[in-house]
Design a protein around this ligand. Sequence first.
Ligand code: FES
Length: 97
Amino acid sequence: MSILVRFPGSRFAPVCVPKGAELAQHLDIHNAPVLFGCRTGICGTCAAVVEGDLKPAPAEEAEVLDIEWEGIPNSRLLCRLRPQADLTVIRVLGKKA
Ligand code: FES
């Protein structure tokens, strides 16, 4: 089963990703407009504001987000996500491709 990752307001078409898969790997394959650095949730390069049915960020992820983007609701590190449902990337906070 697949989910859809959307990038509204950009020229990128929605990307189809296997449910529960490592999001970073599939966004790279589709050349999506998100850059990744460490891929381990440390550098913050992949931070974005997202909408979707996600579990709350674990403490380590929340701590990284608070350092650079404190108070921005729905911010997440995309390299840490393995979405189980459709996801919308509203705004990339980290570096853009
Ligand atoms: S790529 Fe470094 S935190 Fe996601």
